[in-house]
Design a protein around this ligand. Structure first.
Ligand code: ADP
Length: 482
């Protein structure tokens, strides 16, 4: 019998009637545990607990909040191997990637521990005599955190930590596929000293738990990361609810990596392999479009293909694995459908794209590299979220930039070039929230803003000191001493 993990509401373990098995995508015979499935009533209980805990938490000193977040950070970092292994076991990214993610979550908690001490306001002279104006930041109340499966520890950490640092309480709903990492993070934060009700974990279906959060009257704001379609549903619910909710939505990407004739070949190949295929391509920052100029095209494709030949797709926990499995059967099916769509659109499946049978069974897919792609094809327009890259051949930099921007998304955009002129122009004109020069489109620092343009993001940026824009509300106070 697998262990059973209840929800955590008001500081108590609350089991539910329903539970689902958490399955290891590298070995579908391996059940990590049975995780509670919250109901609408559980969401209600969590929101009530968070509302009741809010006034006392909002009054805690910055030093108290700092201490809790820092202790949680220390525990994550000291247990990074164990928790990174758990993450890899449930999500399928390689063990080094899992360990790096847990480490990063620890760093995020530590950063926001520091932010507790740095939060301040402004004192501004009024235009009226004898009056002063004070601008302060106040917490919002209860923040609903809805997260995806691809970064099971880091994304919850970079939403929960600033929410708590700013004095909010939290109702946290992780993605259906990765409750174990969420459970571990919640437990670590409680062990660090979080009072009951300040952070409540409700696991379960988006259509039940997430949707109950998006229209719950006790939840003041929703921070969400997921698909554009779900983001729009959440946004509509936030606007329809009373009071209307503040929202922050991080959604998809169809990120370009431009490779110019003057690029350093090794750098370009490493950026492409890392950005397109590592973490099984399951990153909203993945480079799913490789836009390559004529002069370097053949050499680049040859070198990239040789690099792909040398990659090992295998069990995420096995030493030497470069790329783990796809997260589950339905994502594998989706990846496969796009591989067929690409072929039927006239693109050439240049390398990979086959499923790999292993014993014990897992959701293994060879990375797929498409060539002869044009910007109108669905594989160049729609987010697939798998280890699939579409190469688009262009004549020059101007065409590369046009195609890079020819997308509904705008999360990250990269360029490999040794030309200062093109790098500068690209940074200025790429329509994205993040630009990368001679670096992969994925893999970001934890202390600077993260977010995109167009359909990729809605609302204030995440991470770094700019995160407070979302997690606080400004209050402007006018004071005349007598
Ligand atoms: P993904 O394709 O990454 O699963 P989704 O956007 O479907 O992306 O899911 C992201 C998060 O949103 C998950 O935690 C999911 O359970 C949740 N979710 C799904 N549907 C809804 C909904 N209708 N309302 C709120 N949250 C939802």
């Amino acid at each position: 019998m697998a262990d059973r993990y209840p929800n955590l509401i008001g500081g108590e373990k609350m089991d539910s009637q329903e539970a689902t098995a958490n399955i290891n995508p590298s070995n579908t015979d391996d059940v990590i545990g049975e995780f509670a499935q919250a109901s609408r009533q559980d969401v209600d209980a969590a929101a009530t607990a968070a509302r009741e805990a809010f006034p006392a938490w909002a009054r805690t000193t910055p030093a108290e909040r700092h201490g809790i977040l820092q202790r949680a950070s220390d525990e994550l970092v000291s247990r990074k191997n164990e928790l990174g292994t758990l993450l890899s076991r449930e999500e399928g990214k390689t063990r080094p990637e899992g360990i790096a993610e847990v480490t990063r979550a620890g760093q995020v908690l530590s950063f926001f521990a520091g932010e507790c001490l740095r939060l301040g306001g402004e004192l501004i002279p009024s235009v009226r005599p004898g009056v002063s104006v004070e601008v302060t930041r106040e917490p919002l109340g209860v923040v609903g955190v809805i997260t995806p499966w691809n970064f099971p520890t880091a994304i919850p950490a970079w939403k929960i930590a600033p929410a708590l640092a700013c004095g909010n309480t939290v109702v946290f709903k992780p993605a259906e596929l990765v409750p174990a990492s969420a459970w571990a993070l919640t437990e670590v934060l409680h062990r660090a000293g979080l009072p009951a009700g300040v952070l409540n974990l409700v696991m379960g279906q988006g259509s039940v738990v997430g949707s109950a959060m998006a229209d719950h009257p006790d939840i003041a704001a929703i921070t969400f990361t997921g698909s554009v379609a779900t983001g729009q549903t959440v946004a509509a619910a936030c606007v329809a609810s009373r009071p209307m909710k503040k929202m922050q939505l991080e959604m998809g990407g169809k990120n370009p990596l431009v490779v110019l004739d003057d690029a350093d070949l090794d750098t370009a190949v490493e950026c492409a392999v890392n950005g397109s295929f590592f973490s099984t391509g399951q990153r909203c920052t993945a480079s799913s479009r490789l836009i390559v100029t004529d002069g370097i095209y053949d050499t680049f494709i040859d070198a990239l293909t040789r690099r792909l030949d040398g990659l090992t797709v295998d069990d995420a926990l096995k030493e030497g694995t470069d790329i783990g499995p796809v997260v589950d059967q339905s994502q594998l099916q989706k990846d496969f459908e796009y591989i067929q769509i690409g072929q039927s659109e006239g693109a050439t499946l240049h390398w990979g794209g086959q499923t790999i049978e292993r014993t014990p069974p897992g959701h293994y897919l060879q990375p797929a590299l498409f060539t002869d792609v044009n910007s109108r094809m669905r594989i160049a327009r729609e987010e697939i979220f798998g280890p699939i890259a579409a190469v688009i051949r262009v004549a020059n930099y101007a065409e590369a930039l046009d195609i890079a921007n020819d997308t509904q998304y705008g999360l990250t955009a990269g360029i490999c070039t040794t030309s200062l002129k093109y790098a500068s122009d690209f940074r200025r004109n790429a329509q994205s929230g993040l630009t990368m020069v001679n670096l992969p489109t994925a893999g970001l620092d934890y202390h600077v803003p993260f977010g995109g343009m167009k359909d990729s993001s809605y609302g204030p940026r995440e991470q770094g000191r700019h995160a407070v824009e979302f997690y606080t509300s400004l209050k402007t106070s006018y004071v005349r001493p007598e």
